[in-house]
Design a protein around this ligand. Structure first.
Ligand SMILES: C[S@@+](CC[C@H](N)C(=O)[O-])C[C@H]1O[C@@H](n2cnc3c(N)ncnc32)[C@H](O)[C@@H]1O
Length: 403
């Protein structure tokens, strides 16, 4: 049994989440909700041997990899979402002084040419008026049209653009997942200055040289096909079984950077992801059936969820039970794929939250520890990291084991 939460400070400790990254150089380039805190990654890597091979199989925005590379380690990531793969590799990049000065010059040229620029088409986002007021959207389309985004110089400018478009949007980060303010902001007279400041922030991060090496491969954590060799440390935060869709959270970034061209693609990508339930992924879940016998430690929880839905939402019970079953089947496949890549005595640290459906608690930390052991890892155990939100029983844990 996981240690009772009472033994640890039941604080929210938001410095351990993406909120703690905002003023941490490259870690703060984009404010991505799925990210965890660079400080948390650094704490968990504090005792790694110099030059350790560090793996993050759910690399996300490359927080682990950048933290590891900043400490001189050799960091490798696997990530399914192509936007995050590109963004992560940029975050881990080495930049020459001339790339940075070219970016600053290009940004100024674009601002000078803004009035005459041909705007790009607005991204085909559902109810886009909730995101940007019409004059803001028009300004963003013009700025995007004025920007030369080619090469690595352009990639840095794109990050600055994404910061600006988010700052001028109606998105609100007050909750676990992204929500909307009552109305999106008006176009400020200082919009150009805002973009200039974002360019400055991105270039300041890029100027800091990272001593270690890091790279992100596009791949699936259930097979880990791109990986070679063994790793000393695996530090990651996998999806949680709580129905948060990373694709949903990343939509504005993915549309503006051209990674999403229509809503259907978002659902398709979410279906490929572990724990995805958005759009088409929801209807596919209804048809899904376990491909292996449901393990005894999970079956009672699934039955309880299937039965717990209120009378007016009866069908949701079996759907959510399927969601949880698929999540743990996928995570079990992940640990089996991972086993050959961890050196004997190497360590796993998984930051994960538990979940609750209709009052039925899903003890993700215990279920993942059991799956680590079933895949051949040793000494799996979970400790409480922090309390998650006002619901009493929701916590984040670190689940650790040895190779
Ligand atoms: C909790 S987030 C990781 C956040 C990361 N620690 C950070 O700081 O940005 C989980 C990530 O797993 C990715 N993911 C989901 N299913 C995957 C799969 N089958 N293979 C690889 N990555 C996957 C998601 O796209 C998401 O970026």
């Amino acid at each position: 049994m996981t240690p009772p939460p009472e033994e640890t400070p039941p604080r929210r400790r938001s410095e351990l989440t993406f909120r703690g990254n905002q003023h941490a150089g490259r870690h703060g380039w984009l404010r991505l909700t799925p990210a965890y805190g660079a400080r948390l990654a650094a704490d968990l890597l504090a005792d790694a041997a110099p030059g350790a091979r560090v793996l993050d199989p759910f690399a996300g925005s490359a927080t682990t990899l950048l933290s590891a590379a900043e400490r001189g380690h050799d960091a490798t990531g696997v990530e399914l979402n192509p936007f995050l793969v590109g963004f992560g590799n940029l975050k881990l990049g080495r930049f020459q002084a001339r790339t940075l000065s070219a970016a600053a010059e290009r940004a100024e040229e674009s601002l000078r040419a803004l009035d005459a620029a041909t705007p790009v088409e607005a991204p085909p986002m559902f109810r886009i008026e909730r995101w940007w007021a019409p004059p803001v959207l028009e300004w963003l389309c013009r700025l995007r049209g004025a920007l030369d985004l080619r090469g690595r110089t352009g990639a840095l400018l794109e990050v600055a653009f994404l910061r600006t478009m988010m700052a001028l949007s109606g998105a609100s980060f007050g909750h676990v997942s992204m929500s909307f303010r009552d109305a999106p902001p008006e176009l400020p007279a200082s919009a150009g200055a805002r973009f200039r400041a974002d360019v400055k922030a991105v270039l300041a991060g890029a100027r800091t040289q990272v001593p270690g090496r890091g790279r992100v491969h596009r791949g699936d954590a259930r097979t880990l096909a791109p990986l070679e060799g063994r790793y000393d440390r695996v530090l990651t935060s996998p999806p949680y079984p709580n129905r948060i869709s990373y694709v949903r959270e990343l939509r504005p970034y993915m549309y503006w950077s051209g990674h999403l061209k229509e809503a259907r693609q978002a659902g398709e990508l979410d279906w490929e992801a572990i724990g995805g339930t958005w759009g088409v992924a929801t209807s596919r879940l209804k048809e899904w059936a376990p491909t292996r016998t449901v393990p005894a430690d999970l079956a009672p929880t699934l039955d309880a969820i299937a039965d717990a839905a209120p009378a007016d939402k009866r069908a949701n019970g079996p759907l959510l039970a399927n969601y949880v079953a698929r999540y743990f089947e996928d995570m079990a496949a992940h640990f089996r794929a991972l086993r050959p890549h961890v050196r004997p005595g190497g360590r796993l640290d998984y930051v994960v939250g538990n979940a609750s459906f209709y009052g039925v608690l899903v003890p993700a930390e215990e279920l993942l520890a059991a799956r680590m052991e079933a895949a051949g890892f040793e000494g799996a155990e979970a400790r409480v990291l922090r309390k998650r939100n006002s619901k009493r029983e929701l916590y984040e844990y670190v689940v650790s084991a040895r190779g």
